[in-house]
Write a protein that binds this ligand. Structure first.
Ligand code: ADP
Length: 344
């Protein structure tokens, strides 16, 4: 499709160029033809006058008038002009055709990337939707076919279905949130907030989960105040800390610290977990990306959307998120947000 559109665009460019060239060529040809005719006329009159001036009147009267014009030279000159214009136009169209093909490729490249990304997103999303739906369908069908289904078994199936429904609900909320971020319309409700309160709130959200894994969360932060949407930054911190808890073995420690420069504040979230392989690090902020370790470690609740949402929240705040990690030793996420926002 991309190649066809590229050719179509090139054809349109060429058509417009051909029309312009044709108009110019016709104008030039007509102008030059008139000039050649005028030149031939003047030349003929001059020769005639010179000839008749040298002959006596009675000789002139005796002979029929001589035609001094040479229509062959005139039409040959016109033919040469046509040939020249056609050659120049041919070269122009050839050079501009290649240039148009190249430029239409550049024009269409971002559109192609967007379409490719949308296709990938759609197929990833439908793949993620299919798995829980298929498992719910199978479990329900098998239960309905079983005439001796016990009450306890049906309860167990309903419980499993509820887990899948919860997963689907998390997925649909994440997808909705990502699509809202992409529209980038009035998403932030910014105000001045203390980073300490943001960290406290995020840690509080994960109290139960970290306790269940016997993971200690230590946090230290100053009294820095930033312009931010508190709910979104809490969501961002919660996602990163939630990952730190999820991908760390029990009885480890997660450290949260901050630092401040002239324009930015950094949040550092360090864990002693499984770490992220160098080959995965460039992709973990992509939608639906999960490392092989994450997939195989039995951490089934994730969809690979958390960090892409975190990245979107950072970029909405004109900030960034990055990671340094060592497999087997742990990871440190660095969230960098500006102290002041240009918008309010
Ligand atoms: P998921 O739902 O899989 O957690 P995320 O987008 O939050 O999705 O994370 C993407 C991937 O990045 C995870 O699947 C995991 O492989 C890796 N990852 C994120 N945070 C950590 C961490 N603290 N330690 C190890 N791996 C991590």
């Amino acid at each position: 499709m991309f190649h066809k559109t590229r050719l179509k665009l090139t054809a349109w460019y060429l058509l417009i160029l051909a029309i312009i060239c044709l108009a110019f060529s016709i104008t030039i040809y007509r102008f030059l033809s008139i000039e050649i005719d005028r030149f031939a006329r003047v030349q003929r009159t001059r020769i005639e006058r010179r000839f008749t001036d040298q002959l006596p009147d009675d000789v002139i009267k005796r002979f029929p008038p001589i035609d001094f014009s040479d229509p062959d030279i005139v039409s040959e000159s016109k033919a040469r002009i046509i040939f020249f214009l056609l050659s120049v136009n041919g070269v122009i169209l050839l050079v501009c055709g290649s240039l148009s093909y190249f430029l239409s490729g550049i024009t269409l490249k971002p559109i192609k990337q967007m379409v490719d990304e949308q296709d990938r997103f759609l197929s990833d999303a439908s793949h993620e939707l299919r798995t829980p739906l298929a498992s719910m369908k199978t479990a329900t069908e098998v239960a309905l076919r079983d005439k001796n289904l016990k009450f306890s078994d049906s309860k167990k199936i309903l419980k499993e279905n509820l887990t899948d429904i919860n997963r689907l609900s998390i997925l649909s909320n994440s997808l909705l949130e990502l699509s809202r971020f992409q529209k980038k319309a009035n998403l932030l409700q910014t105000k001045s907030v203390k980073i300490k309160s943001l960290i406290l709130e995020a840690v509080n959200n994960l109290k139960v989960l970290s306790k269940s894994k016997n993971i200690k969360i230590i946090h230290k932060s100053g009294n820095t105040v930033i312009d931010a949407d508190p709910n979104k930054v809490i969501e961002l911190l919660t996602m990163v800390i939630d990952n730190a808890v999820k991908y760390s073995p029990p009885k480890t420690t997660i450290k949260i610290s901050t630092s401040k420069s002239r324009q930015f504040v950094h949040f550092y979230i360090s864990d002693q977990g499984q770490g992220i392989a160098p080959k995965d690090q460039p992709f973990i902020f992509d939608r639906f990306y999960r490392s092989d370790i994450a997939r195989s470690s039995g951490s089934s609740e994730g969809f690979g959307l958390g960090l892409s949402i975190a990245k979107e929240i950072c970029s909405l705040h004109n900030g960034t998120i990055s990671v340094t990690s060592e497999v087997g030793h742990g990871s440190t996420f660095d969230i960098k947000l500006p102290l002041k926002q240009k918008f309010s």
